[in-house]
Write a protein that binds this ligand. Structure first.
Ligand code: PEP
Length: 244
């Protein structure tokens, strides 16, 4: 089955990159490749108005209530978003989100008719001690994988690697884990579920990663803040799609 590549830009808590909301923005989507952008909450309206496919970086599972500082999935949908990140490693680390919290967010996102992009992945220590697959199984277990969700495998040890001596995951490492993740999905969703890779994807390694059979796109952090780099990643994805 052909799974359409998706390149998602996670701007985290950073200002909007130069020119992102202008006419020739590299963040606009394409017919051949989906491009989604995840700005801060404050920048969502401008992103939506610029006709960019926009998502929120977090949404709370409850619809309303005494949850100071949070925003519900329904509110995100009503604002005009298409998607939402659930369980990014920053949220798991800094806000203590558990696997069950993340699953509740994904379910609430589906109920609000948002596309949940569920992030998960092992730490360096877990990988080095041979526990990566078990950690991932536990992260996947409570998720509504029988529904149409998008997964983003983001090995924590590979995120934001600027140091050339500590490279991102190789395409072989990533492919091996993506194939394992796919094998854990319900049989009728195994072929159709998109599994993105996240962890220092940039213009230099995008082609190698995106040609792996079980990698269906990228969740891009650092390189998504550099419009020229991001444009190259999207162009690579378009080239790979149209050459096939
Ligand atoms: C991320 O934090 O989701 C991410 C993938 O970041 P980076 O691309 O900078 O590794």
């Amino acid at each position: 089955m052909d799974r359409k590549l998706l390149i998602a830009a996670n701007w985290k808590m950073n200002p909007v990159p130069d020119g992102a909301f202008e006419q020739d923005s590299p963040y606009k989507t394409h017919s051949a490749v989906d491009v989604y952008v995840f700005p801060t909450f404050l920048d969502l309206p401008a992103s939506i108005e610029s006709k960019i496919i926009t998502g929120a970086q977090f949404g709370r599972a409850e619809e309303t209530g005494a949850f100071t500082g949070d925003v519900s999935m329904q509110m995100i949908k009503e604002a005009g978003c298409i998607a939402v990140l659930c369980g990014h490693s920053d949220r798991r680390a800094f806000h203590g989100e558990s696997n069950e919290d993340v699953a509740a967010q994904a379910i609430a996102a589906l109920e609000a008719e948002l596309h949940p992009i569920v992030c998960f992945g092992e730490t360096e220590e877990e990988r080095d001690s041979g526990k990566a697959e078990n950690v991932i199984k536990a992260q996947l277990k409570p998720l509504p994988t029988e529904s149409d969700i998008i997964l983003a495998y983001e090995p924590i040890w590979a995120i934001s690697r600027g140091d050339p001596n500590k490279p991102a995951a190789t395409s072989e490492d990533a492919q091996e884990m993506h194939a394992f993740i796919r094998s854990q999905l319900p049989e009728d969703k195994r072929e159709s579920t998109r599994i993105l890779y996240g962890g220092s994807m940039k213009s230099e390694n995008a082609q190698e990663l995106l040609t792996q059979p079980d990698i269906d796109g990228g969740l891009v952090g650092g390189a998504s803040l550099k419009p020229d780099d991001f444009r190259k990643i999207v162009e690579t994805a378009i080239k790979l799609t149209t050459n096939n």
